[in-house]
Ligand binder design. Sequence first.
Ligand SMILES: CC(C)(COP(=O)(O)OP(=O)(O)OC[C@H]1O[C@@H](n2cnc3c(N)ncnc32)[C@H](O)[C@@H]1OP(=O)(O)O)[C@@H](O)C(=O)NCCC(=O)NCCS
Length: 197
Amino acid sequence: METVLDVEKNIIIEEAKAYCELQGLQVVFTHDITHAQLQIISERTKNQAAMYHANVGMLLDRLKNGCYLIVKDGEIFGHIFAHKHVVGKFSVYERSSLWVHEQYRNNNLGLLLMDLLTKHFNKNFLISIAQGATVHHNNELLGMKYITLKDLSPVLIEVLEKLGKLRDELKYKYYVNAYFESKIGQFNKILKTKIVE
Ligand SMILES: CC(C)(COP(=O)(O)OP(=O)(O)OC[C@H]1O[C@@H](n2cnc3c(N)ncnc32)[C@H](O)[C@@H]1OP(=O)(O)O)[C@@H](O)C(=O)NCCC(=O)NCCS
C-alpha cells in the first residue's frame, strides 16, 4: 500500500526526471570513472565542509559497489557513491559523496540520486547517519526507518565510530532501510554471539 510519503516522493522523483530530460541530463549507473574525474571528485569532497574527504583510493574502493552519475556531454554534474562497512560477516552500506552542481541544485536531483541508490541496495543493509531536518525528511521519504543506538549492535556502532560517526543521538539521527529493519534482530544476535566467541 502506498503511504502519503510514497506519493509525495513519487511526485518529486517524476519532477526530477522531467527536469533532467528538459536539461539534457542523463542519469547513469556505472562502475567506471576515469582517474582524472576521480581526482576532481576527491578534491571536491576535500573542499566542501559538508562532505567527508574521500581520496582517490577510497573512491576506487566505493566504485566497486557502483555509483550513480548525472552527466551531460561527457561532464559529471552530480554523483552519489556507496560506502561499504564490513561488520562481522555482514556488509552495511551507506550513501556517500553526494553532490549536485550548483547550476542544477534545488530541482530534487539530490533526492533522485539518493532514491536510486536506496533502491539499488534494497536487498542489502543500508544505513544513514545524518544531521539536519532536510536529510531526515528525505530519509523518511525514501522509506527508511528511524532507529536509536540501543537498537543497533554494539559491534556495528564500533565500526561506525572508527570512521568518525559518533555516538551522538542529539546531533545525529540513524535511519535504516526496510530490509535492515526486518533483519535487525537476527543481525544483532549473530554479532552478539561473535563477541562471546
Ligand atoms: C546536498 C545537495 C546534493 C542537494 O542537491 P539538490 O539537487 O539541490 O537537492 P534537492 O533539490 O533534492 O534538495 C534540496 C534541499 O535538500 C537539501 N539536501 C538534500 N539532500 C541533502 C543532504 N544529503 N545533505 C544536506 N542537505 C541535503 C538541500 O540542501 C536543499 O535544502 P534547502 O532547500 O533547505 O536549501 C547539494 O546541495 C550539494 O551538492 N551540496 C554540496 C555537497 C553536500 O553537501 N553533500 C551532502 C553531504 S551529506
